[in-house]
Design a protein around this ligand. Structure first.
Ligand code: NAD
Length: 379
């Protein structure tokens, strides 16, 4: 338990981790009910959350943690609803904060939470994270926060930079304030591969000193990571920033390329392709991302960490279209457009640091993930 005093790496350089050594969620500081204690005994007896000998996380070393009450912001969204599936399935109590933001059809998010509402270990608070007072009135004691609520999407952030700043930066600070006021010691933050921007040196490593964001969205994620460092240093809140690389799978946001293309192709309509098809993305299947988040909830090696969650493998836009054609059994009619401002030419995650910190993470092969997405889309 507690902090291994090794330094964590941050793109701005090696940071001072003099605050290490505080117990986190595995320290079981918050009171547990009888049901929780029972679950905890069951988990303990199967040693499901113990580390491998020698202190090295290694393969599958941390995939569970003691039964806890988790606050998940953005838990009605794409990634958040998958995370809640998993947390409830593992026996945890979950409170979701989500304002059903209209960035895409809120009825999709209502459908996402429908099965969760049937659990008596689930609560939903329809709160805007910009509203600090409403957050403060949130009932419950939480062992950890997973902060996913955000305005997501690169291109729309160029049209509404102030709106993105208010939700993604001020909103994040409000959630961090909640952690500070309530003494919540573990905070997992959804950052993004977009923070690397046009850094030409690939695969992107967390210790690269080159962050060259090219959209307001990306800059808000850089700000979130930096705010997290402040709260980690000043208040001992363990902060794990996870840089997600293009996440896909069932319930994927409708604005993202895979979902948008597949829907248009099935409707026999042309797909808008920006650029010559050579842009590359490191795609991550949503279940693999959820596993990374769950392990980060249990991460206790140091008070601050920034980790990539991707696949260390890239696919060009042209390859994606060919794979979609194969998976859906439909030929795509392509409508070419010039490159879009804010779009980066490539994303590519080095997974060395995340593997060292969290153990070997599952990496669903892209054709298999695409098949599972297509099965969901076809209903
Ligand atoms: N999907 C990806 O490929 C990807 C990649 C990198 C980072 N991320 C990050 O992961 C997180 C989840 O992304 P997602 O794809 O599931 O997006 P999503 O839009 O499906 O989920 C975000 C959720 O946050 C909620 N929300 C938005 N503004 C809010 C506010 N002011 N108050 C309360 N709730 C609010 C939305 O209603 C939504 O349910 C985001 O922080 C996003 O920036 C996603």
């Amino acid at each position: 338990m507690g902090g291994d005093p090794r330094s964590d790496v941050y793109p701005g350089g090696i940071v001072d981790l003099s605050t290490s050594g505080r117990p986190g969620i595995l320290g079981l500081e918050s009171p547990l009910g009888a049901e929780d204690r029972l679950q905890l005994q069951r988990l303990s007896s199967s040693c499901a959350f113990s580390r491998l000998p020698g202190g090295s996380p290694g393969m599958g070393a941390i995939s569970r943690f003691p039964v806890s009450h988790l606050l998940v912001t953005g838990g009605a969204g794409f990634i958040g609803s998958h995370l809640v599936d998993r947390l409830l399935g593992d026996g945890h109590r979950v409170t979701v904060v989500d304002d059903f933001d209209p960035f895409y059809d809120p009825s999709i998010k209502r459908r996402n939470v429908e099965p969760h509402l049937r659990s008596d270990r689930y609560s939903l608070a329809e709160i805007d994270i910009r509203d600090a007072d409403a957050l403060r009135r949130l009932p419950g004691e939480f062992d950890a926060i997973v902060h996913l609520a955000a305005r997501a999407g690169v291109r729309p952030s160029i049209l509404d930079p102030i709106g993105y700043q208010e939700v993604n930066v001020r909103g994040t600070q409000n959630v961090l304030e909640l952690a500070r006021e309530r003494g919540i010691r573990q905070f997992v933050f959804a950052s993004s591969s977009s923070v690397y921007g046009i850094n030409p040196r690939v695969p992107w490593r967390e210790d690269d000193h080159v962050l060259l964001p090219i959209s307001p969205y990306a800059s808000t994620k850089v700000s979130g990571e930096l705010l997290g460092h402040v709260y980690s240093h000043l208040y001992g809140i363990r902060f794990v920033a996870l840089r997600f690389f293009t996440v896909y799978g069932p319930r994927q946001r409708p604005d993202l390329a895979i979902h948008k293309f597949a829907r248009l192709m099935l409707e026999g309509r042309p797909i808008p392709v920006y650029g010559d098809g050579s842009t590359r993305r490191d795609y991550s299947f949503v279940d693999d991302i959820v596993e990374g988040i769950v392990r980060s909830i249990a991460y206790d090696r140091s008070p601050y960490a920034v980790l990539n969650l991707g696949n260390d493998r890239t696919i060009t836009l042209s390859e994606l279209i060919a794979l979609l054609e194969e998976t859906l059994g439909v030929k795509a009619a392509v409508e070419r457009h010039p490159d879009q401002p804010g779009d980066v030419p490539q994303t590519w995650a080095s997974m060395d640091l995340a593997t060292d910190a969290l153990g070997e993470l599952p990496r669903t092969p892209f054709p298999e993930g695409l098949r599972r997405f297509a099965d969901w889309l076809r209903g």
